[in-house]
Design a protein around this ligand. Structure first.
Ligand code: ZN
Length: 52
């Protein structure tokens, strides 16, 4: 299961597939996947230096 959050109204929904539209406000293509951590996208601290 994954949690999707509406980018428009902030409503969340737990489902396996990405919802086509928000149940709460009816906006389409606004459901953003939440919960699962983004992996492999850097450390998030903004550092560019690599330790030699
Ligand atoms: Zn919504």
């Amino acid at each position: 299961m994954a949690t999707f959050q509406c980018d428009k109204c902030g409503a969340t929904k737990e489902t396996r597939c990405q919802p086509k539209k928000c149940d709460a406000c009816g906006a389409s293509a606004c459901m953003i996947k939440q919960g699962e951590a983004k992996k492999g996208s850097g450390c998030g601290c903004g550092c560019k230096s690599k330790k030699k």
